[in-house]
Design a protein around this ligand. Structure first.
Ligand code: G3I
Length: 451
């Protein structure tokens, strides 16, 4: 879709705009019992990374819409997604996220314009002069398409090396254009959408260290020379090897003192229970203690879709139930949620039956395999469940046990045979044997529904 068409379409979609305004009004009128409304009470946004391909999952969308006031497309605005070949822009997945956010009255962070990763190979093969043109064209293409619709853009992402040197990271931009590529990107970005906050974003810069010192020196230099920069993003991916730094707040503050906003842009903390909750509290308290810390974004809605696939680093578990970390964040934001309150969506006792379905291949041979789907009840007992299994076209199911299938094309809908009743958190499952017929691809498991 071209920039012009997008803008005309948006302007013509008066109903959508009206709906967004109504939803925003509803959000602000609510008691502060969600992350977004509690953060708003502190003058901040509370956002999450979103993947377009999960928006059709009812529990995912419901949790997103209820809790968050800002979204960041997790991958859909990156260079490989938006300009896979030179001059050919594709905005379909990113538009879906932006449209969804606007229909819910949420703001959107743009991530990211110039980054060494998820960069199509054609960019790396350009000579310096062409690369400079391509970089500026890319910035103009994205920022033009979304002009006026993005509250903050990560203009340049991860341009500094880890370790003690404080050096710039090798990348096509650094290697061919030198240090000046960063300021050129920011100048181009300012002209492309003067209303957007322009951010530099990086990881392992959360405490005072050689890398954050190098970024600090760059921001200070930019401010002294009038290079347009409005904010610095601190990704804040934490785990036991990279814990929340003790000087986190001081580090945020020293950047703010340079005259830029600071934002926590990709927060996740591996762990569980009260230890994870305590770490999340530290992060929220640090942001609230720095007046120019304008908002926080967690890097995903639910543990089951986190890029840290085994670290359970987010605020909602795989059943979309609120974790202790959720309650800690809400409380630190001054929200009125009550841990374990049956009136809170997602807390045990909320009265909503739910389940999740997870798949494993339990046996494999040249012409076939066995699959097992595990069904786990959420925070409520359930009396029945339904799961869908979509098989690659060539494959066929020759046997199925502990479930009752019905078929529509290659989609198998499975309901319980004897095993519908589950206590809260309990699991059952069904298994099946598949004839590969030349395709070794895995089936796709749909959302589990419960009653
Ligand atoms: O879309 C393809 C799909 O077609 C293919 O079948 C599949 C096979 O692996 O890959 C899919 O792409 C994956 C993509 O996520 C979308 O799911 C890529 O392999 C995978 O590498 C990519 O990972 C993303 C990662 O950035 C890439 O660098 C993560 O989802 C995303 O959370 C992560 O986000 C980054 C921030 O942008 C920058 N800061 C660090 C942060 C965490 O790594």
């Amino acid at each position: 879709m071209s920039m012009t068409v997008r803008r005309l379409t948006r302007a013509a979609t008066a109903g959508l705009v009206a709906a967004a305004a109504l939803t925003a009004a509803a959000h602000s009128a609510e008691a502060a019992d969600t992350l977004g409304s509690a953060a708003a009470g502190q003058g901040r946004y509370f956002g999450t990374a979103v993947a377009a391909n999960h928006l059709g999952e009812a529990d995912y969308a419901a949790t997103l819409d209820r809790e968050f006031s800002s979204v960041t497309p997790e991958n859909e605005m990156k260079w490989d997604a938006t300009e896979p070949s030179r001059g050919t822009f594709s905005f379909g997945s990113a538009d879906r996220i932006v449209d969804h956010a606007q229909s819910q009255g949420m703001d959107v962070r743009g991530h990211t314009l110039v980054w060494h990763s998820q960069l199509p190979s054609w960019v790396g093969s350009l000579g310096a002069s062409d690369l400079r043109t391509a970089m500026n064209d890319h910035i103009n293409g994205l920022m033009g398409h979304y002009k006026g619709e993005i509250h903050s853009w990560d203009v340049v992402n991860e341009a500094f090396q880890d370790g003690g040197s404080g050096a710039r990271r090798s990348s096509p931009f650094q290697d061919k254009l030198g240090n000046g590529f960063i300021e050129e990107a920011f100048r181009t970005a300012r002209a492309a959408d003067p209303a957007a906050k322009l951010c530099y974003n990086d990881y392992n810069t959360d405490g005072v260290n050689a890398k954050s010192n190098a970024v600090y020196d760059m921001v200070k230099d930019f401010k002294s020379r009038g290079v347009p920069i409005d904010c610095v993003g601190f990704q804040s991916h934490f785990n036991s090897n990279s814990p929340v730094p003790s000087d986190y707040r001081q580090n945020l503050q020293r950047f703010a003192d340079l005259g830029v906003d600071v934002q926590i842009t990709e927060l996740d903390i591996e762990g569980s229970g009260s230890a994870q909750a305590a770490d999340y509290t530290k992060v929220v308290e640090a942001c609230l203690a720095v007046s120019r810390c304008t908002g926080m974004t967690v890097w995903g809605v639910t543990d089951k879709y986190s890029w840290r696939s085994s670290g359970t680093p987010l605020l909602f578990d795989g059943n979309y139930s609120e974790k202790p970390a959720y309650d800690a964040v809400l409380s630190a934001l001054g929200g009125s949620g009550d841990p374990g309150d049956p009136d809170d969506p997602g807390d045990p006792g909320d009265g909503t039956p739910s389940c999740t379905a997870t798949y494993t291949r339990t046996a494999d041979w040249s012409s076939g395999y066995n699959g097992q789907v595990t069904i786990t009840a959420g925070g409520e007992p359930i009396s029945s469940w339904t799961a869908t299994v979509t098989l690659p076209a060539q494959q066929s199911v020759s046997a199925l046990w502990n479930g009752t299938p019905t078929w529509s094309g290659n989609v198998m809908t499975v309901r319980p045979s004897w095993n519908g009743t589950l206590a809260a958190g309990a699991s059952t499952g069904f298994g099946f044997t598949v004839a590969k017929n030349g395709s070794d691809a895995a089936p796709v498991i749909g959302t589990c529904t419960a009653s």
